[in-house]
Ligand binder design. Structure first.
Ligand code: RIB
Ligand code: CA
Length: 314
């Protein structure tokens, strides 16, 4: 019996973040969620920290530790995405305010303390939003960088290019300086870019399978994806919503569902035209050192089978 993998989920809920968190909390045999750290992104920090607690209560895990982190990028003005996620960040169903407490400790201090306290290479960081909390922790406590087991993040794009600008994916675009710190840190990276998350698309049958679970979490996931899909369907003409962030947690549970390449990925931080672009050397045309396992494909049926079965456990 192997011990569950210790993870910290860093997040800006967001309906897709919510599904990722539910997937993690539904998998205690494989994942030990040491804490959930909220960051400003899809919506401002007061909402992302509140939404993280709503999601933990929906999962029936009110003892989960939730921390509030950075309320703005390292050096830029916050850009949010209410146009995608709605004003609350969890638009779709009506949600009651959370009762469980927010931890007093700042999320960055929790990340630093946890990495210093836990044995080296035993904690995986799972960023699902802008990388501000992770980068500030690395800046404030460089000694923790070599202690991180792995970073498995949702962000970036190569073939799919941008979803917030023509060149950049939202999580990287919001805080490109933070992304540069993380991508240059030397920590083993697994990246779930739009290239793969745009293949993790809901459709009517998949949404109805969530609803057919007959549970509150199942109903919420169906209503969130019903709301969340309208942006991508209008923009891309896609069949449903891309479940971006659940790809991170699904990788931890079933890495065999994904395939990609170990390549060099660097972040554009100066050009106004391509700010936040992940410049991925997918074709190996440079001699830049590989720093990331950059995913390109997913077994979509296997992904949704896993997701539906696990959400059904809550
Ligand atoms: O570009 C998609 C990413 O931006 C997802 O993490 C979504 O939740 C938003 O944060
Ligand atoms: Ca997110």
């Amino acid at each position: 019996m192997t011990h569950p993998r210790k993870i910290i989920i860093d997040t800006d809920p967001g309906q897709d973040d919510a599904v990722a968190i539910l997937l993690a909390l539904a998998s205690p045999d494989e994942l030990d969620v040491l804490g959930i750290t909220a960051v400003a992104g899809n919506v401002p920090l007061p909402l992302t920290q509140k939404n993280a607690r709503i999601i933990c209560e929906l999962a029936g895990k009110p003892q989960t530790k939730v921390f509030a982190g950075c309320d703005a990028p390292i050096k830029r003005k916050l850009v949010t995405a209410e146009h995608v996620h709605g004003k609350t960040g969890l638009d779709g169903p009506q949600m009651a305010d959370p009762v469980m407490p927010l931890q007093d400790q700042h999320a960055v201090d929790f990340i630093i303390d946890t990495l210093r306290h836990e044995a080296p290479h035993t904690v995986t960081l799972c960023p699902l939003g802008p990388l501000t909390n992770i980068a500030v922790a690395f800046q404030r406590a460089p000694d923790i960088i070599t202690r991180v087991q792995q970073i498995v993040l949702m962000g970036g794009a190569y073939f799919e290019v941008g979803n917030i600008t023509p060149a950049a994916e939202f999580n990287i675009y919001v805080d490109p300086e933070a992304a540069e710190i993380v991508f240059k840190s030397g920590v083993p990276l697994v990246v779930m870019p739009l290239d793969v998350t745009h293949k993790a698309l809901t459709n009517r049958a998949r949404v109805e399978a969530f609803r057919a679970l007959g549970t509150e979490p199942g109903r919420m996931v169906a209503e969130w994806t019903d709301f969340f899909e309208r942006f991508d369907m209008a923009k891309y003409g896609s069949e449903g919503a891309p479940l971006h962030d659940p790809c991170v947690i699904a990788y931890l549970l079933r890495p065999d569902l994904f395939a990609g390449r170990h390549i060099n990925v660097e972040i554009e931080t100066t050009s106004d035209l391509t700010l936040g672009m992940t410049v991925a050397d997918w074709w190996g045309v440079t001699d830049r050192k590989a720093n990331a396992l950059f995913m390109g494909s997913v077994d979509t049926e296997g992904f949704f089978t896993l997701l539906t079965e696990r959400i059904g456990r809550l």
